[in-house]
Design a protein around this ligand. Structure first.
Ligand SMILES: O=C[C@H](O)[C@H](O)[C@H](O)COP(=O)(O)O
Length: 268
């Protein structure tokens, strides 16, 4: 009844174009809600399964990790856990401080028990694209020091081949003076197109936490040997890191729109 009355009022007040627009934005909002919920269930699940008392925990970067840190803070408080948190970015450090968690660093904690991090895309072999938010270098260092790396993501990141879902390419962090020769070398070696990532609230390029630029490599061949690509690009002078994570991740949790979590392990 109430709905019918409201709907009739809406009809009286608005023209049909406005109504269609309202319903579209309502449905966009509910889609956004489920994406956030999907991130949250994946993050909570990973923290509940992998964080233990006295562990050294690698804190990834991005919007999904925000939920992991939230859950960690809850568990630290309610279960009186002792956890040392090593950040993978400025953002991760801020999250640790905001939640009054114990901040660690690789200098004092060179071995990390478990790192939980997001990803831009995860293929069927658990090769990852990371760095959509510009944080790949410290993420890869911390992951490489971790006994386990666990990925948390919503269902849109789950793909068969890299490039199926994530269309912004593979990020490459480079020393600023070398961005043009690196761009040319990567294109001549593997094809595709490369864009220097531009900042949004600043004129000019994105500058990473480490003072470098980011090239986004829009590859066209989805069947490349990613391990070879990773090591070949890494060898180009001026390349600091590439956002390809090959054989680094032991488990991925994908939150689903219905609220369940799909788990994936590397193929044996
Ligand atoms: O540079 C950013 C990181 O690699 C993130 O972990 C990745 O972009 C996924 O971020 P989000 O959880 O926001 O999708």
């Amino acid at each position: 009844m109430i709905f019918k009355g409201t709907f009739n009022n809406l009809l009286r007040c608005c023209n049909s174009a406005v109504i269609v627009k309202s319903f579209r934005s309502l449905s966009a909002n509910s889609q956004k809600m489920s994406l956030e919920e999907a991130k949250q269930v994946a993050a909570y699940r990973a923290v509940d399964e992998f964080v233990t008392n006295n562990c050294v925990f690698g804190v990834g970067s991005g919007s999904t990790v925000v939920y992991a840190v939230q859950r960690l803070a809850e568990r630290v408080e309610t279960e009186n856990l002792k956890v040392t948190c090593v950040p993978t970015s400025f953002q991760a450090k801020q999250l640790i401080l905001k939640h009054n968690l114990t901040l660690g660093e690789l200098e004092t904690n060179p071995v990390i028990d478990v790192t939980i991090d997001g990803a831009d895309e995860v293929d069927s072999k658990m090769t990852l694209i990371k760095g959509g938010g510009g944080c790949l270098l410290q993420e890869k260092i911390v992951a490489s020091c971790s006994k386990k790396m666990i990925v948390i993501a919503d269902y849109t990141k789950d793909s068969v081949k890299l490039g199926d879902r994530y269309k912004k390419g593979i990020p490459i962090e480079v020393v600023p003076m070398a961005y043009v020769p690196i761009r040319n070398k990567v294109i001549s070696l593997f094809g595709g197109e490369i864009k220097l990532r531009s900042a949004i609230a600043k004129a000019g390029p994105v500058v990473t936490d480490n003072g470098n630029f980011i090239l986004d490599w829009l590859f066209t061949n989805q069947d490349l040997d990613w391990k070879k690509v990773d090591s070949t690009i890494k060898m180009i002078p001026g390349v600091v890191e590439i956002g390809l994570f090959v054989d680094m991740c032991q488990k991925a949790y994908f939150g689903q729109p219905e609220g369940n979590v799909v788990e994936r392990s590397p193929p044996s």
